[in-house]
Design a protein around this ligand. Structure first.
Ligand code: IDP
Ligand code: MG
Length: 151
């Protein structure tokens, strides 16, 4: 098994609308291991670094304002192919185009309020995990269901 890690954030609208449990439940049901998690009132400089790749685009400032407007839940998920699996479970960036059954497809309507963030590749995943978490905040452990889950 090639172990991957990805950074996931339940955005302010997901927290305010009471979807923390539902979103965590989806990852747990899928058999994905959560190896780090915390609630964060995001400082502006962290939000700007996180979305640094989008600096200069028209949605950069509004997205930073959105992310710092209310607490988020940040987490690290671990597993084989977890970056792509989590992106599939989130659905397309614009919730109005995201498939039903995905987080964005089930809970959202507007691109500027899309409930959840997930790293889009191996490089962004390691950048974002290092940005949001220290090494000590990430737990290395086995789950009792692994022998029934992993082929
Ligand atoms: P992603 O979150 O699916 O990876 P990105 O293109 O990386 O999508 O955009 C980052 C975030 O910026 C989006 O999740 C969304 O919150 C916001 N965003 C992107 N494009 C737009 C837009 O056209 N209008 C408003 N917000 C946008
Ligand atoms: Mg992105």
């Amino acid at each position: 098994m090639v172990k991957e890690r990805t950074f996931i954030m339940i955005k302010p609208d997901g927290v305010q609308r009471g979807f923390i449990g539902n979103i965590l439940n989806r990852f747990e049901q899928k058999g994905i291991k959560i190896v780090a998690m915390k609630m964060v009132k995001v400082p502006r400089d962290l939000a700007e670094k996180h979305y640094g790749i989008h600096r200069g685009k028209p949605f950069f400032e509004p997205t930073v304002e959105y992310i710092i407007s209310s607490p988020v839940v940040a987490m690290v998920l671990e597993g084989e192919n977890v970056i792509n699996i989590a992106r599939m479970m989130m659905g397309k960036t614009n919730p109005s185009e995201a498939a039903p059954g995905t987080i964005r497809g089930d809970f959202g309507q507007f691109i500027g309020r899309n409930i959840v963030h997930g790293s889009d590749g191996a490089d962004t995943a390691s950048f974002e995990i290092n940005l949001w978490f220290t090494k000590e905040e990430i737990a290395e452990y086995s789950r009792i269901d692994e022998e029934w889950l992993i082929e």
